[in-house]
Design a protein around this ligand. Structure first.
Ligand code: DC
Length: 232
């Protein structure tokens, strides 16, 4: 069967990773969560004092110098069947999903040298096709020739509710208002930054899933993918 590249972009908490994982599983493709890579660099920057939550510490030049030495890789968790993020050989999957990292990651993602490094690695991961990649610049920068491009949207409130529930389920002590503020703040930074801002390309299919069930969404998108794979 012909292999294609599926690029999924959109604002935070629009369900990109849910649909990406479902598609990858069904098609037997590799799933790459590029947000995890930006989150891992943000964790590295925080832990090593290159940035701080209160924005007082901003040693961006020093962080850029360290970029060649930061080792990022995905390793498969045999139990769950999902790839997990490793930073310098250490599993950081849990830590990178916390609000502490969400609050600084967009700032790190504005640094063009960081983007260059990660985009290069992402292109390598998808060079043989058969990949579903999600992020903010996949259809625009990483794989502008992807056969299927999706642009996911949902209202900020819907997305904040989803993210709030995820964090509470994981045992984090957060307030809904703080999560909503984080969502809105990241939307702004992600779509206004100079380096590869989040934008919908003309050839991307937009999906607003504020009121769409997961099953319906999957069926519709899977059908799109199969039509392209079958050359229809
Ligand atoms: O998808 P996510 O919420 O885990 O992404 C975390 C942050 O990383 C998000 O605020 C924007 C940034 N990001 C990016 O700039 N480009 C990507 N391809 C993926 C994520």
């Amino acid at each position: 069967m012909k292999k294609i590249t599926i690029a999924i972009d959109g604002y935070s908490s629009t369900g990109k990773s849910t649909i990406a994982k479902q598609l990858a599983k069904k098609l037997g493709y590799i799933y790459v969560d590029t947000g995890a890579m930006y989150r891992a660099v943000a964790l590295y920057a925080l832990e090593n004092g290159f940035i701080s939550a209160d924005k007082e510490e901003e040693k961006i030049e020093a962080l850029i110098k360290m970029l060649p030495y930061i080792k990022l890789d995905f390793r498969l968790n045999e139990e769950t069947g999902v790839a997990e993020m490793y930073l310098d050989g250490e599993n950081v999957e849990k830590e990178i999903r916390t609000l502490r990292i969400s609050n600084v990651v967009s700032r790190v993602a504005t640094i063009s040298e960081v983007r260059q490094k990660l985009v290069e690695q992402q292109k390598k991961m998808g060079k043989d096709k058969g990949v579903v990649m999600d992020g903010r610049d996949i259809g625009t920068v990483v794989f502008p020739d992807a056969e299927l491009k999706l642009f996911m949207t949902a209202s900020p409130e819907t997305r904040a509710h989803r993210r709030y529930k995820e964090l509470i389920d994981r045992g984090e002590d957060v307030k809904y208002k703080a999560v909503l503020e984080n969502v809105q703040n990241r939307d702004y930074i992600d779509s206004h930054r100079e380096a590869s801002p989040l934008t919908k390309t003309d050839d991307a299919i937009e999906f607003d899933n504020s009121d769409m069930g997961l099953k319906e969404q999957f069926e519709r998108i899977y059908n799109f993918a199969m039509r392209i794979i079958n050359g229809e």
